[in-house]
Ligand binder design. Structure first.
Ligand code: HSE
Length: 433
């Protein structure tokens, strides 16, 4: 064992920071045995010194920027969060000093990953961000190392534990969205600003990172289109169950040949997932990620996507790489070899769909809806309407066979314009395997 420890500075001692201190303390001997050297916390910062964390002998700062600039360390662990501001300042400061960085900050990597990777290359530092996607699931290593022999064509997953908890609980209890969101917040799953979770922004950040690794392209949040789960109702969840699906918020990134160019599509949306698909059974706050590679075929990773201990596990995996010298370019290849990819044009994708309408219960309604679908060449698969409520609104639910997205949107716009349709149709994509 070398006598030189890996000297660690931790910026941010919240949930994940606390978990990281705990792991490094509790497993100190195990880590030293594996790395051949000790992993030692030498400095830390937080707005206030937290009680109950084993930080004896650790130099303490209340200003993370001062910690980054002045403390003596080998690696700075950034656990403050936020796309810019203090988090970005401290990471830049560490990299400028040639110090490596480990971070759980998906927003910062999604928005500034290329700039930071370039800076790291210039100063001979390294960046680890395993904890930024999927909590404790080792998906970054999986894409960067384990699947390095493949052309990855698709990466998709349940990337936000809060949304998955909300949708699973709505499914299990029949409760409404707002009620379950309050519970998710009380349990500590949600981001500081829960709109990041429920509007799909957190998933979009994570998907941008995965797409960059999977397709060797510069990470870019602009390439991701995003729809959240606010409009998913208890009614849709019930119908999904009846039709043999689960509604899941998915991030899906694909690369395909469009007119001779490899174009990328990155989307976040709530989808009907068939029960035969592994993601349908991932419940509660868990995350899962599916990849498709040309030699390996499909792989599935599932685990805890948030929380102190799982996320600390991912942070420490990066620290162990730095301690043992298992390092490489941030996104798998040097920044100059990341290839910008065109974005697949909107409306070109094909999918099957679920449509729920609220219509007035009167003669001729089905005929008008069917005419709109016929005119746009959309082929109906199933239709459900139950009950009788003359002069009131009733739900009508349809599924349609795979069709062009543009045609589906045109048909829905026409249906929305019918006088018998009382509120905008709910349209949910049915995920194909
Ligand atoms: N708010 C995130 C989630 C935490 O719910 O998954 C981990 O990024």
């Amino acid at each position: 064992m070398t006598s030189t420890p890996l000297k660690i500075a931790i910026a941010g001692l919240g949930t994940v920071g606390g978990g990281t201190v705990e792991l490094l303390t509790e497993q100190a001997d195990l880590l030293a045995g594996r790395a051949g050297r000790r992993l030692e916390i030498v400095a830390a910062s937080a707005l206030e010194r937290p009680a109950g964390l084993a930080l004896d002998g650790v130099q303490f700062f209340t200003d993370a920027r001062v910690l980054a600039r002045e403390a003596e360390y080998d690696v700075l662990v950034e656990l403050i969060g936020g796309a810019s501001g203090v988090a970005l300042d401290v990471v830049r400061a560490a990299l400028e000093r040639g110090k490596s960085v480990v971070t759980a900050n998906k927003a910062m990597i999604a928005h500034h990953g290329v700039e930071l990777a370039r800076l790291a290359e210039q100063t001979g530092a390294n960046i680890g961000f395993e904890a930024s996607v999927g909590g404790g699931i080792p998906i970054i290593k999986s894409l960067r190392e384990g699947l390095a022999g493949n052309r990855v064509t698709k990466v998709m997953g349940i990337l936000n534990g809060t949304c998955n908890f909300i949708l699973s609980t709505m499914q299990d209890t029949g409760r409404d969205f707002a009620d379950v969101l309050a519970e998710a917040q009380a349990l500590g799953y949600a981001e500081a600003d829960p709109t990041f979770d429920i509007d799909g922004i957190d998933t979009a950040h994570k998907l941008a990172i995965l797409a960059s690794l999977a397709f060797a392209m510069p990470v870019s949040i602009d390439a991701v289109t995003c729809e959240g789960i606010r409009h998913v109702s208890a009614l849709d969840i019930r119908y999904a169950q009846e039709l043999g699906y689960r509604i899941k918020l998915l991030g899906v990134a694909t690369i395909s040949d469009i007119n001779g160019e490899m174009a990328v599509e990155c989307r976040v949306y709530p989808a009907m997932v068939p029960l035969s698909f592994p993601l349908a059974h991932v419940g509660g706050p868990f995350n899962a990620i599916v990849t498709e590679g040309d030699f390996v075929g499909r792989t599935v990773l599932e685990g805890r996507g948030a929380g102190a201990r799982p996320t600390a596990s991912a942070v420490v995996a990066d620290l162990m790489d730095l301690a043992t010298g298992r390092v490489g370019p941030t996104f798998g290849v040097p920044v100059d070899r990341l290839e910008p990819r065109p974005t697949a044009p909107r409306g070109t994708g094909r999918s099957a769909w679920y449509i729920r309408l609220m219509v007035r219960d009167e003669p001729g309604v089905f005929a008008d809806i069917a005419a709109a679908l016929r005119d746009e060449k959309v082929s109906m698969e199933q239709i459900i309407q139950r009950g009788r409520a003359p002069n009131q609104t009733v739900p009508v639910v349809m599924t349609v066979h795979e069709t062009d997205e543009a045609a589906m949107l045109r048909a829905v716009a026409r249906i929305n314009g019918l006088s018998s349709v009382a509120e905008p149709p709910r349209l949910i994509r049915i995920e194909s395997l």
